[in-house]
Design a protein around this ligand. Structure first.
Ligand code: 5GP
Ligand code: ZN
Length: 109
């Protein structure tokens, strides 16, 4: 847990979010500024700043995050969708706690 990290605070239950899935390893919640009708974030509970910081030790976690995308997308009614991970400031990353975006269903209302 990083004291100043918004996603650590959400994972700890200190900031509310529209959570759709949670287990020991990850929490999944709707993005506060959705880029599509359905837009959620798959977020590890462990504080890892970027994909660049990941090692083989994170292999199972990253695989599990990826495999949650089709399962949760189906539950959200998405027949097709996009996944995205922004990496580094130059890659468009704004929150420095890794997260996999999943979005689909057309433009946000
Ligand atoms: P990034 O640009 O880092 O890949 O994406 C960060 C995402 O987190 C953005 O789409 C932004 O809307 C979302 N976000 C930032 N702060 C919060 C928050 O407090 N709650 C939720 N649910 N989403 C957030
Ligand atoms: Zn964090």
């Amino acid at each position: 847990m990083s004291a100043d990290c918004i996603f650590c605070k959400i994972a700890a239950g200190n900031i509310p979010a529209k959570t759709i899935f949670e287990n020991d390893e990850v929490i999944v919640f709707h993005d506060i500024r959705p880029m599509a009708k359905v837009h959620f974030l798959i977020v590890p509970k462990a504080h890892i700043e970027t994909l660049k910081d990941c090692t083989e030790a994170n292999q199972a976690l990253l695989g599990n995050m990826m495999l949650l995308a089709p399962r949760l997308a189906a539950e959200q009614g998405l027949a097709g969708y996009k996944t995205l991970m922004n990496v580094g400031r130059e890659g468009g990353q704004e929150v420095f706690h890794i997260h996999l975006h999943v979005f689909g269903g057309g433009a946000a209302a």
